[in-house]
Design a protein around this ligand. Sequence first.
Ligand code: KG4
Length: 337
Amino acid sequence: MKILAFESTCDETAVAVVEDGRHVLSDQIYSQADLHAVYGGVVPEIASRCHVEVISILAERALKEAGISRTEIDAVAVSYAPGLIGAVLVGVNFAKACAMALGVPLIPVHHIRGHMAANYIAYPELEPPFLCLAISGGNTLLADVRDYTDMRILGHTRDDAAGECFDKTARVLGLPYPGGKPIDELARGGDDKKYIFPQAHIEENPYDMSFSGLKTAVINLVHHAEQTGEEIDRSALAASFTRAVSESLVPRAMMAAEELGYDKLVIAGGVAANSVIRRDFTEAAEKHHLQLFIPPLRLCGDNAAMIGAQGYYEYLAGHTAGTDLNAYASMDINGSF
Ligand code: KG4
């Protein structure tokens, strides 16, 4: 089954063709990061306009790269939530138009479920059940994935996502947006114990997380140093900050795997590209005898291949939005996880 998949929830416009949920026939991504970098973060209106400008070009390219014609598409999948509403609408409406014109089912895919499914592409042997930690720019959550479309959130961030925290830490250090990669590079060789940052513990749910205190602590530290003329060890700061993020993620995931009896741990989302977090999870998984799955770097960030992968399993579960406008009306773009 060949699925034409769209992703436009934030600042990447992406179109892919995926066969049977596991084989990527094409994967076109246009990153708008440079357009937003001057503002230090995503400007929703600019993102929406850019999606409008490039989405049809990418769709043509995705078909060409896959070496297929439109008539060979069996279904259209689209990332419908969560995301910037103007940006989401571009992908959703383009996907609706494609599905209608081709007379094939439209499959709404939750963006975070898509991130998880990036691992189905990278690891053909991976099947649920497993424990999954999704760490992206807008979301951070720990989920009990019982089956491809049957999952339960165990815990989530109460405030900022881990990626947001990387981006704001980078901004206060004068590094470009998106800040995850520059922080990763700056942290190399830095003393990760030089600065001590707070760790949040949420009493009602030990799997819940919080990153706003950490973000504020970094910002305060930098501002205080600027006011007093104290010199900051930037590399040590980046390393200490990254350690604090990793220490709020790794032990929670290990605790959940142990309590729920899982032997497979899946990591997903843009922050999964972080070299320290990858290293820490690799070491912890070894220690706890867990099989660890982390996507290769190219599949960590937003892409449409992951939407096509999850779309296949949503289709098999009967989760489609039909083939006509009346049916599309029931599509919930605020859709829950
Ligand atoms: O998954 P993603 O593309 O966006 C959402 O779906 O929200 O993740 C983007 C986030 C950004 O916050 C970016 O700074 C972060 O992933 N990121 C990283 C790294 N590469 C990207 N964070 C830490 N270390 C990295 N190497």
